[in-house]
Design a protein around this ligand. Structure first.
Ligand SMILES: [Ca+2]
Length: 499
């Protein structure tokens, strides 16, 4: 009540002042005992951004946040998500909404990645006494607290709350969006959820499974990936009835590494063939994670990401498997190891643990308690739906980092859980890699802000969103449950460097 009274007093006072006075008046405002506002600065308009009040602060214990309040406000609020293990405020992602007049917010989720890389922030120690809390902040709490606080600041600054509130995030940001929809459905009216790592414990276990399969003679060298891609597309491209360099639904292709790949004579490795050990490693990667009883405990890698496509700032042709699946030394595996060392296994084994030590019988149960904090797998979205909230969820079929099958499975689980086709989710699965994109024609962040705004509007929102995200004439949407839009442009989309 004290907090509300303070806000009301603050808002009535500030509503009479000019924007600059309102902004500086926010500095040091005692919003509650856990919040510190470090600065509130009026930023003049530039060639790219409008005039706005820039608020920076911290929520106890270590969650840094930014809130940007444009002078010409559109009465809406947009919060943006993080990538990877977070640890930085997503300042560049805030700009798209700010340009359109949104009040925007972002949090670093409670730790500084420069000081505590990967998942090390979650490992309690004498020098990191808040480690356990920081794991919870990363899991779900910092985003929620920042959303609530941002709305308080918006009300204090403009004298009224936002009429609509939106979430836009991909990868970890997608997970954060689903987490909000599941735990705090009152926070956002519309959520754009891209390539969500909604089952991060399982997906990182999958990356470790892939590495163990290749630890030895089964390692898949980067140089072999074009050969693999050629075989996969030769087998699978036309299954959808169109030879166009795209595999509409990889589940429909019966690719078998043992049958469909060229074998090395005498099992002697060479550039144009695969050895028996390599074939077996590929079989495991596609098949998914199994325990010693042979039970599937997490889905594998769908076909399609092997192909070379322009990647990164230079547009270098690179396989989607490079640096993510192929080999046993790459950044994605290092991140998976860090998660297991410090956050996803309970008790946390610590810094000496490595991927070869994961046991697919005894270790999955150790991920139960952490999963309850960091995974966003609850398919019951009724509270969000009942208040009119909507989700646009998209995922690339050729995503090598986060298997798109978890998005498909989640959508189907939501259908079943809610007993209706009206889940509030508009699903989209397309031919791109992990999170499109920055420079391609579709699903740019600005477009996602547009999509989020339409989610909060009236009328046939789904049709408008699909039209916006599928501007290319070659795009199509395929029923039934999971629409699949396809275009060569999507296939060529670059990976989102923010995620
Ligand atoms: Ca095709």
């Amino acid at each position: 009540m004290k907090k509300i009274a303070l806000l009301l007093a603050l808002s009535s006072r500030l509503a009479l002042a000019d924007p600059a006075a309102k902004c500086t008046g926010l500095a040091g405002a005692p919003l509650n005992s856990g919040v510190t506002i470090q600065s509130a600065t009026m930023v003049p308009a530039t060639a790219t951004l409008p005039e706005h009040c820039d608020v920076l602060g911290t929520i106890w214990p270590e969650a840094k946040f930014a809130v940007k309040l444009p002078t010409a406000w559109n009465h809406r609020f947009e919060m943006v998500g993080n990538g990877g293990t977070a640890g930085t405020i997503s300042l560049s992602s805030m700009e798209s909404g700010l340009k359109k007049g949104f009040a925007t917010a972002s949090t670093d989720t409670g730790h500084d990645a420069a000081k505590e890389p990967l998942a090390s922030f979650a490992y309690p120690s004498e020098t990191n006494p808040n480690g356990r809390r920081k794991g919870i902040d990363f899991g779900y709490l910092a985003v929620h607290e920042t959303a609530v606080l941002a709305k308080d600041i918006i009300k204090a600054y403009y004298g009224e709350p936002p009429r609509y509130s939106y979430w836009v995030g991909c990868s970890t940001g997608g997970r954060q969006g689903l987490m909000e929809a599941q735990r705090f459905p009152e926070d956002f009216d519309g959520l754009v959820v891209g390539a969500p790592v909604l089952n991060g414990t399982g997906n990182n276990m999958r990356l470790i499974w892939n590495a163990q399969a290749q630890a030895g003679p089964g390692e898949i060298a980067t140089a072999k990936l074009p050969l693999l891609a050629d075989a996969v597309y030769k087998k699978c491209d036309t299954v959808d009835g169109l030879q166009d360099g795209l595999i509409d639904d990889p589940r429909r292709c019966a690719f078998d590494p043992a049958r469909d790949l060229p074998k090395c004579a005498g099992d002697t490795d060479g550039p144009a063939c695969f050895t028996g050990a390599q074939v077996e490693a590929l079989r495991k990667i596609y098949d998914g994670v199994r325990n010693s009883k042979g039970n599937l405990i997490f889905p594998g890698q769908p076909l399609g990401a092997e192909i070379l496509a322009p990647t990164g700032a230079t547009g270098e042709l690179r396989s989607g498997w490079q640096g993510v699946i192929a080999g046993t030394s790459h950044a994605s595996l290092a991140r998976a190891e860090s998660y297991m060392r410090f956050l996803f296994l309970d008790p946390a084994p610590g810094p000496t643990w490595n991927f070869k030590m994961y046991d697919f019988d005894s270790d999955p149960p150790k991920m139960g308690a952490p999963a309850a904090i960091v995974d966003a797998a609850d398919a019951d979205l009724r509270p969000l739906k009942q208040r009119g909230g909507k989700i646009l969820q998209y995922h690339g079929w050729a995503d090598p980092l986060i298997t798109p099958l978890i998005s498909v499975n989640y959508y189907e689980a939501a259908l079943e859980k809610m007993g209706t086709k009206e889940t509030g989710i508009l699903p989209a699965v397309h031919g791109s890699r992990h999170v499109p994109l920055r420079r391609g024609r579709r699903l740019r962040h600005g477009g996602l802000v547009y999509a989020a705004d339409r989610l909060g509007g009236k009328g046939d929102c789904a049709r408008k969103i699909n039209r916006h995200t599928r501007r290319g004439k070659r795009n199509q949407t395929h029923p039934p449950a999971v629409p699949v839009s396809r275009s060569r442009a999507l296939q060529r989309n670059r990976q989102c460097r923010r995620c």
